[in-house]
Design a protein. Structure first.
Length: 428
């Protein structure tokens, strides 16, 4: 596959002719929302085996081969040219597919209300072939250790049909907010804790969960060791059932990082206890904060490079957002709220307001600036094929276990196309 970035005056017909792919195939693969009105900077994943490279001024066969991790003699052979032949600017070289690596993929799905909406079920059904784990979010715990299940609908059946491990995600929220007091009780009151563990086992058997995923956030720093002890106890209990134990971790860059989100999360110890972790490497740009990329590559790299010094890389799932935000300007933190949107919706905005999609090479993320009908200026940060490929490259470089997506429901078809291009999806 190849990522094509739309240039001025390009149409789908021109792009299709360039790659000798039917227009209808480009539209279907990318679910292009604006086929008759492409915007400059929009990415289109070309569904071909391998890719093409057009020689630019200053290119050499050796340099191109290095770029794609190929022996230059092999690149010459594939394209039927001599290793000593000077390259002509503009000629097209064929690049064979890169070697795939095994990887695991998780996606959270968050139903609201009493049922799983048809839209969420459809989104889960479309994503499930690309997933190792499907994680309904989330079971809530009461202060007596009892559990309240989220609506599950057909999610267990979808997971089973697609060989997904159904994940029992459990958090310490009360009234929609993470509660350090609830965490304190569950981690320190042994009677409540035993009831809590018994109820996890009962529910997991009832619904067919095979991974128990603990997402305890904003715990008291004083409960750091109590959390570790709880995880040791839970691991022994769940191992008897043949289940995995995983946790969600805040995105730290040092063992001594201060702040309520970070201090109770012991990377090294949790990495020793649990089967794998999800590190929440997103939400630098968030709905209540100033406009910026949701998961800028340098921030993600900083977290993961620290993480692999404490946790084996083959136990780490990199967190990744499937969404972006639209900020109305001027934006006041604490007062205003950005609107979440899908990559497809971001493209539609660019097409509607006739503005280009720019790509920030430092953040490795696309962005849009536009003015609406009420003369309000907006800033949009989102994801596209380039930003996702940058994360996949980082994941492969660091030899991580895989990727965990927050969350299903907002359409991003290019992500799934690129999973297939880069990885062998592990099923269990």
């Amino acid at each position: 596959m190849q990522i094509h970035v739309v240039k001025p005056n390009e149409t789908l017909a021109i792009i299709a002719n360039t790659y000798r792919v039917p227009v209808a195939e480009l539209i279907a693969a990318n679910e292009i929302p604006n086929p008759d009105n492409l915007v400059i900077g929009q990415t289109i994943v070309i569904p071909i085996v391998g890719s093409f490279y057009w020689v630019k001024q200053g290119d050499s066969l050796w340099g191109i081969a290095q770029k794609f991790n190929l022996p230059f003699s092999e690149l010459a052979r594939i394209n039927g040219i001599s290793v000593n032949q000077p390259l002509t600017v503009g000629i097209r070289l064929y690049i064979p597919p890169q070697r795939k690596v095994d990887a695991e993929f998780n996606a959270y799905v968050e139903p609201f209300g009493e049922t799983v909406s048809q839209a969420l079920e459809n989104s889960s059904r479309k994503a499930a072939p690309y997933l190792t784990y499907l994680s309904p979010f989330a079971f809530h715990v009461n202060r007596d250790g009892s559990l309240v299940a989220p609506p599950l609908g057909n999610l267990p059946a979808i997971a089973k049909a697609n060989q997904n491990i159904l994940v029992m995600s459990i958090n310490n929220q009360e009234k929609g907010q993470f509660s350090d007091e609830l965490g304190r009780i569950l981690l320190n009151d042994q009677k409540v804790q035993n009831t809590f563990l018994n109820n996890i086992v009962k529910s997991a058997k009832q619904y067919g969960f095979r991974d128990i995923h603990i997402d305890f956030e904003f715990l008291r720093p004083a409960d750091r060791e109590a959390y570790n002890q709880f995880l040791r106890k839970a691991k022994e209990r769940f191992k008897q059932e043949g289940w995995f134990l995983s946790t969600a971790l805040a995105p730290k860059t040092s063992a001594t990082q201060k702040g309520l989100w970070y201090e109770a999360h012991d990377y090294k110890t949790q990495g020793e206890i649990v089967d794998f972790v999800v590190i929440m490497t997103y939400e630098w740009g968030y709905s209540g904060g100033p406009p910026m990329a949701v998961s800028p590559i340098k921030s993600v790299r900083d977290v993961l490079e620290y993480a692999i010094t404490e946790i084996p890389p083959n136990k780490i799932l990199m967190g990744q957002n499937l969404y972006g935000y639209d900020w109305t300007l001027p934006f006041t933190s604490g007062k205003d709220t950005a609107k979440a949107l899908s990559p497809q919706q971001a493209i539609q905005i660019a097409a509607k307001y006739h503005v280009p999609i720019k790509y920030d090479t430092e953040a490795q993320a696309p962005t849009i600036d536009y003015e609406d009908e009420n003369n309000k200026k907006h800033k949009v940060w989102f994801e596209d094929a380039r930003s996702i490929q940058a994360k996949f490259d980082l994941m492969k470089e660091l030899k991580l276990r895989g990727v965990s997506y927050w969350k299903l429901g907002l359409s991003f078809p290019q992500n799934w196309l690129l999973i297939v291009e880069n990885f062998n999806i592990v099923k269990k």
